[in-house]
Design a protein around this ligand. Structure first.
Ligand code: NAP
Length: 244
């Protein structure tokens, strides 16, 4: 039986891709899971069933994290159902890629509000619960784009760089309550988000010689929340060496 049995994890954007892999990997560790999604209810229901099939409890909750009310509702649902919250994975994210001079205000706003404000609203709500518990782990899914920049992604890179600043500041604020806050920065991972990108061009730049899988990211998240008790404020790049 895992140490995490009886503990509770909330994964935003847990219905697909990296979020789904995090949900399943955390369930394997013994966590009961709250699976947040924005609109794809069928995908979320499938993940909920997969968690239950592993013998853990699961609750799928619709909510747009870019609304502070929805983010608060998510955390409230977790506490109402399970009575505690041990892990938050801020994974929900979107892209609206285009060159800066063509970028519309709404492309900028949508990405900043979902990726950065969404992580802030959810962290703020979760931190109140974790501070009372005097324990917790928060993992923010950022991106190598937020560290190194990427043309066509001014909005996305800014949101992900913002998440890194938030990770470090909140790590310092919450450390005295035994709460760790870290970030995982994926490189190129096969999901719906990247399906339109030509992988052959990227592959030449990845020393480990393959595109990443959602499970590669989930493994890093599991490590941080189950074994990383003395790690906080860090950004762990999981990219096959792409930006070495
Ligand atoms: P994905 O396959 O497109 O899945 C996105 C997930 O986020 C879905 O579950 C979606 O819910 C949810 N979501 C979107 N907007 C939301 C909102 N406003 N509120 C709540 N949930 C929302 O994406 P992914 O590739 O797994 O990416 C996951 C995270 O990793 C993102 O933060 C992304 O920026 C980051 N990342 C990805 C890569 C990569 O190569 N894939 C690289 C670096 C970083 P629905 O199912 O309801 O739509």
């Amino acid at each position: 039986m895992s140490d995490a049995t009886g503990k509770v994890a909330l994964v935003t954007g847990g219905s697909r891709g990296i979020g789904k892999a995090c949900v399943l990997a955390l369930a394997d560790q013994g966590f009961d899971i709250v699976i947040n999604y924005a609109s794809n209810q069928a995908a979320a229901a499938e993940v909920e069933e997969a968690v239950k099939a592993k013998g853990r409890q699961a609750l799928a909750v619709q909510g747009d994290v870019s609304s502070s009310e929805s983010a608060q509702h998510l955390v409230d649902e977790a506490v109402n159902r399970f009575g505690r919250l041990d892990v938050l994975v801020n994974n929900a994210g979107v892209t609206r890629d285009t060159l800066m001079i063509r970028m519309k205000d709404e492309d900028w706003d949508k990405v900043i509000e979902t990726n950065l404000s969404g992580a802030f609203y959810t962290t703020r709500a979760a931190a109140k619960v974790m501070m009372k518990q005097r324990s917790g782990s928060i993992v923010n899914i950022t991106s190598i784009s937020g560290i190194y920049g990427n043309p066509g992604q001014v909005n996305y890179a800014a949101s992900k760089a913002g998440m890194i600043g938030m990770t470090k500041a909140s790590a310092k604020e919450l450390a005295s309550r035994n709460i760790t806050v870290n970030a995982v920065a994926p490189g190129f991972i096969t999901t719906d988000m990247t399906e339109s990108i030509d992988t052959s061009k990227v592959l030449d730049h990845i020393p480990l010689g393959r595109i990443g899988t959602p499970e590669d990211i989930a493994n890093a998240v599991v490590f941080l929340v189950t074994s990383g008790h003395y790690i906080t404020g860090q950004v762990l790049q999981v990219d096959g060496g792409l930006v070495l």
